[in-house]
Design a protein. Structure first.
Length: 340
């Protein structure tokens, strides 16, 4: 998540009492717990649904194209009906971009950020092609603000990486070492955002934030594995029922370089080494981030045999709380969380 966002939303949630809410599975006819509290039928007009979708991306100064608005609409719509309803709705638009703000500045801002992102996206593709040759890397995907095609000026290149089974921590350690040696531990061009192992692809946090990050992942290596990732997280369609994949699967071959590097690490001791590295990182983060209670630290620094994330700034909670507060302020309702 773009670091510039922190300063913009921190004031929005100051003094905010966080309430975890539970939702049921169905968006259109089911009964869920809305961000505004209470069990209500989730039956909203098209314009209110569209406003709820736009409101989320307004947190990031990100107006939506018609196609994006359709994909991020929180209720199921046929494309033809959506187009007709959109023409009749009283939504603001500028240069083909839909938003909630007066004026045209937000549309100009997105175009500026898209132009700025071009060089970073080229660097991301280069880094993704490099990372795919590292031992036990099975899939490389771009996440964060660049995966949406924008750069506010201080964006990192965030990578979501899927590894071979029982080799996740070895893979993470090698990539971390590479980053420290060649990038002096800078996250600008190599931010190791999230790791999953290839046979355990379900994400435990089921909310609109993680759903958005999953459906906007951009494949840099192994499109087929990304399809499996999304299939393992079908709950995303509770938030984005109109979402469809827009890229084709390419034939994949593991590189000769990767096979050579993996050969010395294919013996039986490797799984034990992976487990030792996981325990090492757990102790490291417990010592480095003592300000967090154990439960909070385990959430921010997930360390299991099948997953690893390091999110000390907890943008997920910041964004969710800010969004739910904005929904209440605007008197809008939609599913924001399926998890507790």
């Amino acid at each position: 998540m773009c670091p510039a966002f922190k300063s913009r939303v921190s004031h929005a949630i100051s003094g905010l009492k966080i309430t975890r809410q539970n939702f049921y599975d169905e968006i259109h006819t089911g009964v869920g717990t809305c961000a505004s509290g209470g069990k209500l039928k989730l039956e909203m007009s098209f314009e209110r649904n569209a406003r709820a979708a736009l409101l989320y991306f307004d947190l990031f100064d990100f107006p939506l194209t018609e196609e994006e608005l359709y994909s991020f609409l929180p209720v199921k719509e046929h494309k033809e009906e959506f187009t007709l309803k959109l023409r009749k709705a009283g939504l603001r638009s500028s240069d083909g971009l839909y938003h909630l703000r007066e004026g045209h500045e937000i549309a100009s801002l997105r175009k500026t950020q898209q132009a700025r992102a071009a060089k970073m996206l080229a660097a991301a593709r280069f880094m993704g092609n490099l990372i795919r040759h590292f031992p036990f890397v099975r899939g490389v995907y771009l996440s964060g603000s660049l995966s949406k095609g924008v750069d506010s000026g201080d964006a990192d290149i965030d990578f979501f990486i899927i590894t071979a089974e029982s080799r996740l921590w070895i893979c993470r350690a090698i990539l971390t070492m590479f980053k420290k040696i060649f990038f002096l531990n800078s996250k600008k061009f190599l931010c190791l955002n999230y790791f999953l192992s290839e046979n355990h692809l379900e994400i435990p946090e089921k909310n609109v934030f993680t759903a958005t990050e999953l459906v906007t992942l951009q494949p840099l290596h192994n499109e087929e594995l990304l399809r499996k990732l999304l299939a393992a997280n079908e709950w995303i369609y509770n938030f984005y029922p109109n979402f469809k994949l827009k890229w084709e699967t390419k034939r994949l071959r593991r590189s000769f370089v990767q096979k050579v590097f993996e050969l010395p690490l294919s013996d039986g001791y490797t799984e034990k080494l992976d487990n030792k590295l996981m325990k090492y990182y757990r102790k490291l983060w417990a010592k480095r981030y003592r300000q967090f209670v154990r439960e909070k630290r385990e959430f921010l620094f997930r360390s299991t045999p099948y997953s690893s994330k390091v999110h000390p700034k907890d943008y997920q909670s910041i964004v969710l709380d800010a969004y739910e507060e904005r929904l209440k302020t605007e008197n809008l309702e939609r599913l924001t969380r399926l998890d507790g």
